[in-house]
Design a protein around this ligand. Structure first.
Ligand code: NAD
Ligand code: MG
Length: 386
């Protein structure tokens, strides 16, 4: 039996899923895949399964009748993979709220969740924390900004604070944003941006949903909420700054005024490996080396809140708490789905989210049924939005 740590990879066929396969392929003595899932890409999942020979394979979309015998089929595959006895780490790389139950189940079963699926934490932060306490599991972020914060905070995690990874002694987080493809566009031009415009991300290559989120800055709103839930730092100590080169992945300012930043070329391979190996650093030469002269100059700009209203809407929902972050997340997912299918203009994304929050942000978020119903109502409102 191999001594390598078993990983359940949820969302194996996506951008992060493929990144994770590249990373694990370089470290067979340390890591292996114990379980793999995908939504509808059966061919991609078959290729991954024949390469890694995991104990468990799950295809979530059971409309596909061609799946091999022995595979799990349907939605419950996510939780089954996330609690599989052969997996110690669950890399949740599913996109959207669909990842929530798996995150909760995994921490409840005492696993490490290497979390790319930020939507699950934004939607159900309190429930994830409760389940982690009860089950002894933990959440280690894969998102590059939060990986950066965690790296800046090395040795300081723990203690009595709020959050999944509580810290003390922090004066401020500065989360960087590339600014996306519309960073220098005027407000009117952004309102009419096309899908092709929104999918041209300047520095990162990612799935379609997060790429649109990066263009609207919804992604940064999700990340501010994620940072608050992970580290327990209050919202008025979390700032966003635009940094077009995506080299500084985020910064922490400490009580004495010292600021520590984490830097590197924009590649998700590094934060994936860090989350798998944490708190160790695993020797790896896979990512291009950082060259300060070649990446010069590094620049920083204020966020243009008037041009990107989705950011403020999301942060306000985070501050409000209860079901409001779940409503923001669901409204955004539904609005992005409509933008992707061509039935909503780019300016309709913040408009639909704002309308939905006005109607639903007071909903309770006390338990999973309450959150799921707030999520469903928000999606229904955005579907009807004209
Ligand atoms: P993607 O669209 O490329 O891949 C999504 C994966 O999830 C696919 O394997 C798909 O089969 C699966 N999936 C989709 N819907 C599902 C459902 N309803 N049930 C179960 N599985 C489903 O997305 P991605 O870019 O890899 O992003 C995944 C997550 O990681 C997102 O939460 C995103 O915000 C986060 N993230 C991504 C990046 C990046 O560089 N791509 C960076 C930071 C964070
Ligand atoms: Mg990020």
């Amino acid at each position: 039996m191999s001594a390598a740590i078993g990983i359940a990879l949820l969302g194996a066929t996506g951008s992060i899923g493929e990144t994770a396969q590249r990373v694990v392929a370089r470290h067979p003595e340390r890591f292996r895949f114990a379980a793999l899932t995908a939504h509808g890409n059966r061919e991609g999942l078959e290729a991954a399964a024949s390469r890694w020979k995991p104990a468990f394979v799950g295809l979530v979309d059971d409309g596909d009748t061609g799946a091999p015998a022995g595979w799990c089929r349907g939605r419950e595959c996510l939780v089954q993979a996330a609690t599989h006895p052969d997996a110690r780490i669950v890399l949740n790389a599913v996109v959207g709220a669909a990842g929530l139950e798996a995150t909760i189940a995994a921490v409840g079963a005492g696993k490490r969740v290497a979390l790319a699926n930020k939507e699950s934490l934004v939607m159900g932060g309190a429930l994830v924390r409760r389940a982690a306490r009860a089950g002894g599991g933990e959440v280690i972020p894969v998102d590059s900004e939060h990986s950066a914060l965690l790296q800046c905070l090395a040795g300081r995690i723990g203690g009595a604070g709020e959050g999944l990874l509580p810290v003390a002694g922090v004066r401020r987080f500065v989360i960087t944003a590339s600014g996306g493809p519309f960073r220098s566009w005027d407000t009117e031009r952004i309102r009419g941006a096309t899908l092709a415009d929104a999918l041209k991300h300047p520095t990162w290559s990612m799935g379609r949903k997060i790429t649109v989120d990066s263009a609207s800055l919804a992604n940064k709103a999700l990340e501010v909420i994620e940072a608050h839930l992970l580290f327990g730092v209050p919202y008025d100590r979390i700032e966003v700054v635009v940094h077009p080169q995506s080299i500084v992945h985020s910064m922490v300012e400490f009580e004495d005024g010292s600021v520590i930043a984490q830097m590197g070329v924009p590649s998700m391979e590094l934060p994936v490996l860090y989350a798998l190996g944490y708190p160790d650093r695993v020797e790896d030469a896979g990512v291009p080396r950082f060259d300060p002269v070649a990446t010069s100059p590094l620049t920083f700009e204020a966020v243009r809140h008037d041009a990107f209203p989705t950011l403020g809407l999301g942060i306000a929902a985070g501050r409000k708490g209860g079901a409001a972050p779940a409503v923001f997340n669901a409204a955004n997912e539904a609005a992005v789905a409509r933008f992707l299918e061509g039935s909503l203009p780019f300016s309709g994304i913040p408009a639909a989210i704002g309308m939905t929050l006005d109607r639903l942000s007071d909903r309770s978020g006390d338990d999973l049924p309450a959150l799921l119903s707030a999520d469903a109502e928000a999606r229904a409102l955005v579907k009807e939005y004209r």
